[in-house]
Design a protein around this ligand. Sequence first.
Ligand code: SF4
Length: 621
Amino acid sequence: MKQLNDINYNQLLHEVEKPSRYTGSELNSVKKNWDEMNLNVLLAFPDIYEVAMSHLGFKILYHVINSQTKYWSQRVNMPWIDYEEKLMENNIPLSSLEEFRPLNEFDVIGFTLQYEMSYTNILRMLELGKVPVKTKDRSNQHPLVIAGGPCAFNPEPLNQFIDAFILGEGEEVTLEVLNVIEQGKKEGISKETLLENLVNVEGVYVPSLYKATDINGQFAGLNPVAEGIPTKINKRIVKDIDKSPFPQELVVPFMEIVHDRIMLEICRGCTRGCRFCQAGMLYRPVREKSMDVLVSQAEKLIRSTGYGEISLSSLSSADYSQINQLVEKLMEKHQQQNVGISLPSLRVDSFSIQLAEMVQQVRKTGLTFAPEAGTQRLRDVINKNVTEQNLINAVTEAFNSGWHKVKLYFMIGLPTETYKDLDGIVDLAFKVIKAYKDVHGKKGKLQVTVSTSSFVPKAHTPFQWLPQMSQKELASRQDYLKDKLRSKQITYNWHDTRISFIEAVFARGGRELSDVLYAAWEKGCKLDGWDNHFNYEKWMESFAEANVNPQKYAYGMWDVDAVLPWDHISSGVDKHYMQKEYKKAYKQLITEDCSFDKCSGCGICKNLGYDTKKVRRGDNA
Ligand code: SF4
């Protein structure tokens, strides 16, 4: 087999659209000596370079592993079609960015699972890297394939392909896992023994050590095949986020990427409790980084990267208890260097004029709000504790401060949604236009972008038992909005309902879905999250071949007491709490955020031994 250095690599790069996706050698990328390493690890992101390099978790793990002198973590991502074709034409395996090392030479390949629609890319990347895609076809002569990230909380659709999953935050557990693998390599143990050793690490799930049981043909759960293997796998968290490793140097790509800026994680977790939101449940409890740590990290990152923008990253950045003081401090220190601050995820109820004015001093970065639903009734159903007045106040303040562009995110097809709720979306968009006119006397430069995604029931959320709306109905609701949102000031974006359907199937799928995935990969499905590459017909053929009815997963109304395919995986949030939240949704009853109010009994503090009183929120409530 040829390797990259056997061919005219420069020539090959001339023939692809964006060569810097594949060249590596970026500022702050890490080079070590392969032969001196106890383990060579490959962090794999199953999407293209621009997406991979924008992901904060990927950067943190790259730093965590490379901070160990005995381990080297390299990176790889899904190639775009043009480069993939060149690799195949020349019979060259997919290889790492750092030293063009083929995938099959690594000790460990670790995939990050952010989105169900990237699953076929995992199989494709393994195939291109000459690694057998199925775990049963790999021995200790092959890389161990592990995976983590939010989708690992329903791992079963990937059970035939991933040797071990890591649940929860990777900073500590990744090194524990690598230590076990390193020891296994030294001792030359079999892959089976290594996997048995790995289940002793808290937070690790090895699918081959669990067997599905049934009662009268009904799925009754996944249970360990032997004694000593935990029946429930608990997620891992980092308790002290101030002390948790965070890179002081970030890889700076040669090309523009999705988030081309410093991402400073100010807070982890969100206890607002939106009932559809998987991240809100999975990343609990809330942990804030202290101001001092953030200011020092920002300073080092600006120096090491040269970036002119810092994004204050978290699930709900404006909820950070000292957000105004933090922005003020960062502006004071870095304004001279022309460094701008951006807040990627604002809540309409936490926005303030002071904050708006502070962040716009250097340059106007995007302003995005996510009311999620158009009426108060539906916002109460989903527990989005914001009002129309909150939004209008926030945009009015923003328009007064000189903003002309606003993005509004909504979800359609939410449980109990009617056309009245869609009218509410339209109404809100036009009220935003009116608020602009009230400030500026005319509509002028205003641009409002309304984006709707379609509700996908996700594992480990209070809405996990609920069906997705049919594709036909979602499409007609999109058409309704297209028609009603006609205005020079409004741009309306929507999602392909067929992609949302497949996403729902895999989000609630069990082990049998791995046969569908395999069939889809064999048919050439890949880059499914990209509208122009998604092939619905091939997916439908794959379901038929695997004898799996996709509607059962996307459209099934499941009993709240039914055993779920992910019941052996614990996010730390009690199932009982989710059942309670589900019932409250139908009564339009709100659950307060425990960061500002009393504990609502989600169970995570008790289950993970965390003291939530450490989170300070009072001054921003
Ligand atoms: S257990 Fe209570 S205090 Fe802790 S995150 Fe859950 S609701 Fe909040």
